[in-house]
Write a protein of this length. Structure first.
Length: 165
């Protein structure tokens, strides 16, 4: 009986036909994990790019809007989230207007008070810079949550000088 078992095992020792199958069985889980990680990262990156595009559009709109601040900021917020000043469909699922913040980042005098030198070309006495920002909690981490990573918040902001129409 032991002789038969030894002959059977010797046959596998000299035969390498199953080696490729074993190698594939060992490597496949790692390749799948790597592929899933790349896919998840590309989804996160795509979401960040959509958020960035919305914030840039809103800040450009605020830089050119000549109506009152509240009206312009409401329209710009809708532009950021939905891609249109009025109506539109959401750029990113779950991104709401409440997550978009619009503020005057700084207000600088256009003319130096002591020398009278024009520092910035402006139709008013001050130059205002508007900042549009958002913080979006990424909802589905998928593979990341299995690896022990915590919640992911994508934060984006953009600044533009207010020019008016």
């Amino acid at each position: 009986m032991f002789i038969t078992l030894r002959q059977f095992l010797r046959r596998f020792h000299h035969d390498e036909q199953g080696a490729a199958l074993v190698e594939v069985a060992i490597v496949t889980p790692f390749v799948l994990l790597l592929s899933a990680g790349v896919f998840e990262f590309s989804n996160i990156f795509n979401t960040r790019l959509l958020l960035e595009a919305g914030v840039e559009d809103a800040s450009r709109y605020m830089a050119r809007c000549s109506s009152d601040w509240d009206t312009c900021s409401g329209l710009a917020t809708n532009l950021a989230v939905n891609g249109a000043v009025q109506g539109g469909s959401a750029r990113v699922t779950g991104w709401t207007a409440a997550q978009v913040k619009i503020r005057k980042a700084q207000s600088v005098p256009a003319i130096d008070a002591t020398t009278g030198t024009e520092l910035y070309l402006s139709s008013t006495g001050t130059v205002v810079v508007v900042e549009v920002s958002t913080a979006y909690p990424y909802p589905t981490l998928g593979l990341w949550s299995y690896l022990g990573f915590g919640a992911l918040t994508l934060s984006v902001f953009h600044q533009e000088r207010v020019l008016g129409w």
